[in-house]
Design a protein around this ligand. Structure first.
Ligand SMILES: Cc1ncc(COP(=O)(O)O)c(C=O)c1O
Length: 393
């Protein structure tokens, strides 16, 4: 075979990627072991029935054809309306482009603002696909860690220190995967002021915008930010539609007009009947309040069940679908902790180190399990931590 391009070869680095605990646990569960899987972030419940019905109806009605590259006009209008609600900024259909999932919106944002050799700053801990997305654009990036002791809030001065002459963009994610941190107004204002001062794009991944507890704050709503913020959005988490692949990018209309070109050369538009179901789901908020309430209740159930075990310290964990637990008082090495927890108590979690240095010494807990399972997992975790300490002492 002739060589594949260095671009495509560079997307996924070879070697260890931190998912070994998850894949081992998954294989053992498939083989029949009673393992509680808290390592992945996909809903354990189906898409709301109304959305499914809307899709079936659209399919039966014959919506089987190509759609507009930027998304069906009514889909763009519905997305724009949600963006207005989510970001607090009046947003029209011309300010959004529909994409197959938030990941494709992120891809469009990165392709759209960075030339090969340009540089970006990524605030960590971050979602696992970020590095590959920059590599696919031939762009360079620096990681700026947040601090666990500050609840994983970003520090604009640390971002400033990482800027280079060729830095074009800063990428943030709030509510955050993996930490569950919800960035405060103060943190976002400082980052926004820096982006204005240095004429940078702010790529703001807000796919968990309905799961942050309080009213969502988008940096797009801050002074001077409408013209330099690209918001990555998705129906995966908010509307319970991970497998449907629906997302959108919101930004200045002139940028969005260019980004539509990416749909021409990649997807050639979204699936017709899926788009129509998405319109119904967006216009009627199918599942949104229920899903948000469900995750809020799960978070409370898990964190309450952990309370009183003083060696397990909860950090971030305010929103999204994850909780982050500092296990350093028990074991400094989070991967060792995760393997031992799997062996002793049959609970699969992600070692925090898989998400960057800031999350070292932590484990990430997915809340994608019913409350009783999360309570049981918390009980096993408590027992494990106490036993482990005794053994080591
Ligand atoms: C922070 C973050 N951004 C983006 C995505 C991509 O989501 P999707 O492509 O399903 O919309 C995810 C998925 O888990 C995520 O956690």
């Amino acid at each position: 075979m002739p060589n594949a391009s260095s671009r495509i070869r560079g997307i996924l680095p070879s070697g260890k990627d931190g998912w070994e605990v998850h894949f081992t646990a998954h294989a053992r569960k498939e083989a029949g072991e009673d393992i509680i899987m808290l390592s992945v972030g996909d809903h354990d419940f189906p898409t709301p029935a109304e959305t499914v019905e809307a899709c079936v109806t659209a399919l039966r009605e014959g919506h089987h054809h190509y759609t507009e590259l930027a998304g069906l006009p009514r889909l763009r209008a519905a997305m724009a309306k949600i963006s207005t609600r989510a970001t607090g900024v009046a947003t029209g259909p011309e300010d959004v482009v529909a994409t197959p999932g938030g990941q494709a919106a992120l891809y469009a944002a990165v392709q759209g603002v960075l030339d090969p050799g340009d540089h970006a700053v990524v605030v960590a801990p971050y979602y696992a696909t970020y590095p590959g997305t920059f590599r696919a654009a031939g762009a360079d990036f620096s990681v700026v860690e947040t601090e666990a002791r500050n609840g994983f809030q970003p520090d604009a001065e640390a971002v400033r220190a990482a800027l280079r002459a060729n830095t074009r963009a800063v990428l943030i994610n709030s509510p955050n995967n993996p930490t569950g941190a919800v960035y405060t107004r103060r943190s976002l204002e400082a980052l926004a002021a820096l982006c204005v001062e240095r004429d940078l794009w702010l790529l703001s991944d807000e796919v968990y915008w309905t799961l942050g507890g309080e009213a969502h704050l988008s940096p797009r709503a801050l002074p001077g930010m409408v013209e330099r913020t690209l918001v990555i959005n998705s129906m995966s988490k908010s509307h319970g539609m991970t497998g449907w692949r629906l997302g959108w990018l919101t930004g200045p209309a002139s940028f969005i007009a260019l980004a539509i070109g990416l749909n021409l050369v990649t997807t050639y538009g979204l699936t017709d009947f899926v788009s129509r179901a998405a319109i119904e789901a967006l216009e009627n908020d199918y599942g949104v309040a229920e899903i948000a309430a469900r995750y809020a209740a799960r978070r409370t159930a898990f964190l309450d069940a952990l309370r009183g075990q003083n060696d397990l310290v909860v950090r971030g964990s305010e929103g999204g679908i994850y909780a982050m637990v500092d296990i350093r008082a028990v074991e400094a090495h989070c991967e060792k902790f995760a393997w031992a927890l799997l062996d002793a108590e049959k609970v699969a979690v992600m070692p925090g180190a898989s998400f960057g240095d800031a999350a070292k010494g932590h484990i990430r807990i997915s809340l994608c399990q019913p409350e009783p399972v999360l309570r049981e997992a918390a009980a096993r975790l408590r027992r494990f931590a106490s036993e482990y300490k005794k053994k080591v002492a």
